[in-house]
Design a protein. Structure first.
Length: 119
């Protein structure tokens, strides 16, 4: 069964850091572009970052300079390191995988992990 499973969410204070992980099972991620998204209550889903199979990465302006995406193909995992977190970063965070590259649609999605930034 093909799955993406996120972990690492929780509660963090403003200005703090958190690292999200997304592990693939049932398939290998090395040929896939891997993306991170988030959705806050009442808002549309927002694309944050994507890393292609050749490790080229792109970022949304809202997280550029604060978030870093990386992948470890040996562990079949993609990460999102989040620094200088703000209350407006509070959302459910999702990872996704696509064979076609960093684009508008993705083949597989994780179930999401909640990130809450609050004092």
């Amino acid at each position: 069964q093909v799955q993406l499973v996120e972990s690492g969410g929780g509660l963090v204070q403003p200005g703090g850091s958190m690292r999200l992980s997304c592990a693939g099972s049932g398939f290998t991620l090395d040929a896939y572009a891997l993306g991170w998204f988030r959705q806050a209550p009442g808002k549309e889903r927002e694309g944050l970052s994507c890393i292609a199979s050749d490790d080229f990465a792109i970022y949304a302006d809202s997280v550029k300079g604060r978030f870093t995406i990386s992948r470890d193909n040996a562990k079949n995992t993609v990460y999102l390191q989040m620094n200088s977190l703000k209350p407006e970063d509070t959302a459910v965070y999702y990872c996704a995988a696509d064979l076609g590259g960093c684009g508008a649609t993705y083949d597989y999605w994780g179930q999401g992990t909640q990130v809450t930034v609050s004092s």
